[in-house]
Design a binder for this molecule. Structure first.
Ligand SMILES: NC(=O)c1ccc[n+]([C@@H]2O[C@H](COP(=O)([O-])OP(=O)(O)OC[C@H]3O[C@@H](n4cnc5c(N)ncnc54)[C@H](O)[C@@H]3O)[C@@H](O)[C@H]2O)c1
Length: 376
């Protein structure tokens, strides 16, 4: 991620310093940047002299002291709270008093990271998506301690590079990794209940729903170990809210080493000669699967708005540009009709009597007021 963020910044005219405590990572970063830039030149996106200029703006260093003249530092190291806190405390000793300290963490609390600093008001979350150069969305997460001017500067900097900043509250999963949970979780539940197999669920979400990738293809792509860990982290971070409960199916795949594409086996078999399972293209079943997952996503987006995690516009932008959903979920709910969404969720709740399917208070309120997300 660090290399990608450096590429984006240098491409936009900034001088960048890359530091890593593993010299091999620095070497890998240098080689991959050169490769990426050369490929961009081969494709005619930039000239050879651009390659030289962009690469010339990136400096690889072997010590924190090189950061003394920086205006902004973005940490993209291992996802471990104690290591991040100690690196932030160390960095503070080497930098100017106005330098902004940002973390690219996906799952840790920005407020907890900031608490390790003498000047926590300079700490902010700047969360990029992979790969940072291509994925336009960036979540800006103020810690409880963050000064408003730091948030504004972060938003302005991201916008100046043509990316899309959205502001999120410092809560587990921020916007995208929170709202996207049912895309995986409800798909797994449908699989676990034996309603449909992975191929059929993937077919329903892509062919009927218009999503770029089905949930199981996507989980195999992300890696079942990574996806399971995120699910478990979010579940624990939400004080074991049953809505985020992980699935045994996914846990067992991760434990078995069936991690997806990278190990040749996951929900699907990627080994040579393996046959791809065919979906059951029953239109009624497909529609049921698509709607059930979509309503759960809409419910999650409504709840995020209800709890002021982000504005309605930022929630819709985040899902469109962070995970390439075909539409913003709140806009989608308006198009379908709030009444339909509430009825569908109530039907699920009536059937299962599980907290997981309780309709968001905001959706119900909009329904009672005969209103919707963008009119209210
Ligand atoms: N991979 C993604 O898709 C993704 C997306 C968004 C955010 N993130 C976040 O970005 C961060 C980095 O993720 P990644 O996937 O690039 O990880 P990575 O393992 O590829 O890279 C982390 C780098 O940090 C270095 N490092 C570890 N400890 C260090 C220290 N004390 N000082 C300096 N360098 C140190 C490692 O040598 C390694 O090169 C994490 O916080 C992760 O949650 C990752």
């Amino acid at each position: 991620m660090g290399t990608g963020i450096a590429q984006l910044s240098a491409f936009n005219g900034h001088d960048v310093i890359i530091f890593d405590n593993n010299p091999k990572s620095i070497q890998r970063s240098r080689e991959s940047l050169l490769k990426i830039l050369s490929r961009m030149a081969e494709k005619g996106k930039i000239s050879e002299s651009d390659v030289k200029a962009i690469f010339g703006r990136i400096h690889f260093v072997e010590s924190h002291t090189a950061f003394s003249g920086c205006d902004l530092i973005i940490e993209a190291i291992v996802e471990d709270i104690e290591i991040k806190q100690s690196v932030f405390a160390e960095l503070e000793m080497a930098i100017s008093k106005d330098c902004i300290l940002a973390t690219n963490t996906s799952s840790l609390s920005v407020s907890a990271i900031a608490s390790a600093c003498d000047r926590p008001e300079r700490v902010v979350g700047i969360h990029f998506f992979n790969p940072p150069f291509l994925m336009k969305l960036v979540e800006i997460i103020p810690a409880l301690q963050t000064d408003e001017s730091v948030v504004k500067k972060s938003i302005d900097w991201i916008s100046s590079m043509g990316h899309l900043p959205v502001k999120a509250k410092d809560t587990p999963g921020f916007i995208v990794n929170r709202i996207a949970r049912p895309f995986y979780g409800e798909a797994l539940r449908i699989l676990d209940e034996g309603i449909a197999d992975a191929a059929t669920i993937d077919w329903a979400m892509t062919e009927i729903g218009g999503f770029r990738m089905g949930p199981f293809t996507l989980m195999d792509y992300i890696g079942n170990d990574v996806n399971y860990t995120v699910t478990e982290t979010v579940f624990k971070a939400f004080f074991y809210d049953p809505r985020y409960k992980p699935s045994f199916t996914q846990q067992r795949l991760a434990l078995a080493g069936f991690l997806g594409r990278k190990t040749g086996r996951g929900y699907y078999d990627y080994r040579e000669g393996a046959e791809k399972p065919k979906p059951d293209k029953n239109p009624e079943l497909g529609q049921y699967i698509f709607e059930r997952i979509l309503y759960m996503l809409i419910n999650e987006a409504a709840d995020a708005l209800y709890y002021n995690i982000a504005s309605r516009e930022d929630i819709d932008t985040a899902m469109k540009y962070g995970v390439n959903y075909p539409k913003g979920l709140l806009k989608w709910a308006d198009e379908i009709g709030i009444e339909e969404c509430v009825e569908a969720l109530d039907d699920l709740y009536d059937h299962y009597l599980e907290e997981r399917y309780r309709c968001s208070p905001l959706l119900r309120q909009l329904f009672f007021e005969n209103s919707n997300f963008y009119d209210s």
